[in-house]
Design a protein around this ligand. Structure first.
Ligand code: HGY
Ligand code: MN
Ligand code: MN
Length: 418
């Protein structure tokens, strides 16, 4: 597959990727740049500088988002927004998020250098806390600008007991001014995000990029099971109220529930679990664990959620356990805009991409909340071995450049009609 010459500057984009990857780096290729951390702030300041060098007006809002704006012919027209995130998982890779921010910047910088004046303003945004690791709730910056924050979110604490409110203040934002950072309804026309696929499809098809038709919606729960501690040597098995035995049954139950339909993309994960008092010779009294349940089909996800909640109740009862289930996040799946998909299909053919797979995203993205207020579309770039949320995450400079060229051409077409 021969991609005709690139308009975007692959060398500059790679240089930006390499430099940003050094901030929060661990090991050779790992990144830990948690939301609102000092590494996050350093990353935002670096990207802000690059945005200014590209001729964009920059601002950092009270959600901790960084925005670079290129004015168009009509400054009051709804914005064409391109973005992603630079916050990472605690043991993340270099590409999850940054390719969408830096690829978006490269596309808009190229538009500026080509002296193209779009009809509407174009904004490149780096959303704060997409990952949701530090405060146990993600998509913060994109839910923030679209008025979708929930009661009490600012009081959520990280593992050190720091609230999101305190972290925002430490970062230099003013959590009492959040409303001034929201976008009025109708002020964003479309949101386009380029992201690594984080899965195996594009590599299996041996193609650099794909276009996304829909994005799975996550349901995040926290379950607490409380039984009775006791001497591991003297309490007979029949009378135990062992919280970890209950948790083990629920973990196995989740695994079965999500695999009921052969080819369904439903996934269920328990990624975090704590045991108290966590001692070899003491029967576990309390176990707390997270549930991450995702599907592209909300009806099926709701059915599985109901089955899971019922199974948790039954298992707790059978094992003499008290239980609580807290809902941390629930976001519905979304379809991408057919109109923008059509532009991407046309532009990818014009680039010489004769094969461009269309696929759904198992991962969630800032495009999900943005779908509540604007058209959305995503471009995926091939992930080596489908790996992500891991230092081994890798995408080639060439594939990222092809994705950025498609992003550039799509934005030019949407911004000028040409
Ligand atoms: O978990 C996700 O899907 C996203 O990468 N934070
Ligand atoms: Mn991401
Ligand atoms: Mn991620």
């Amino acid at each position: 597959m021969v991609v005709k010459e690139l308009t975007i500057n692959q060398e500059r984009l790679q240089r930006h990727m390499d430099e940003l990857s050094e901030i929060g780096k661990f090991g050779e290729t790992g990144v830990c740049r948690l939301a609102l951390s000092k590494e996050y702030k350093m990353g935002i300041e670096l990207v802000k500088q690059w945005m200014e060098e590209a001729g964009l007006q920059t601002r950092v809002d009270h959600f901790g988002n960084l925005i670079g704006r290129l004015e168009g012919k009509n400054p009051n027209a709804p914005v064409l927004m391109i973005g992603s995130h630079i916050d990472s998982q605690p043991t993340g890779g270099r590409f999850d998020g940054p390719i969408g921010v830096l690829g978006g910047l490269e596309a808009v910088q190229t538009i500026n250098e080509q002296n193209i004046i779009p009809d509407m303003p174009i904004e490149v945004i780096s959303f704060c806390d997409e990952e949701g690791f530090r405060f146990n709730k993600g998509l913060f910056g994109s839910r923030g600008i679209t008025g979708q924050l929930e009661e009490g979110e600012l009081e959520k604490k990280d593992r050190d007991g720091v609230t999101r409110r305190e972290a925002l203040i430490e970062f230099g934002a003013n959590p009492d001014e959040l409303a001034s950072s929201e976008y009025p309804r109708g002020s964003i026309d479309s949101y386009i995000e380029m992201h690594i696929e984080q899965g195996p499809v594009l590599e299996a098809a041996d193609v650099p990029v794909g276009i996304v038709t829909g994005i799975s919606g996550p349901l995040w729960l926290t379950v607490e099971l409380t039984g009775a501690a006791g001497h591991a040597g003297t309490v007979p098995m029949k009378v135990r109220q062992d919280a970890l035995v209950g948790a083990a049954k629920i973990i196995s139950g989740l695994n079965q529930i999500v695999q009921q339909e052969e080819d369904a993309p439903t996934v269920g994960t328990i990624g975090n679990l704590t045991v108290e008092p966590n001692a070899r010779a003491i029967i576990p009294e309390k176990v707390t664990f997270t549930i991450d349940l995702r599907d592209i089909d909300i009806d099926r996800r709701n059915r599985y959620e109901a089955q899971l909640r019922k199974y948790i109740e039954e298992t707790a009862h059978e094992n003499g356990l008290q239980f609580t289930i807290t809902e941390d996040t629930t976001i519905i799946p979304e379809s991408c805009s057919e109109e923008i998909l059509q532009v991407m299909r046309t532009e990818s053919k014009a680039m010489g991409l004769d094969v461009i797979p269309e696929l759904t995203s198992g991962a969630f993205h800032d495009a999900l909340p943005m779908a509540q207020v604007s058209n959305i579309a995503m471009i995926f770039v091939q992930s080596k071995d489908g790996i992500s949320h891991d230092p081994r995450e890798f995408s080639t400079s060439e594939d990222i450049a092809v994705g950025t060229e498609l992003l550039y051409r799509t934005v030019v077409k949407m911004g000028t009609g040409v």
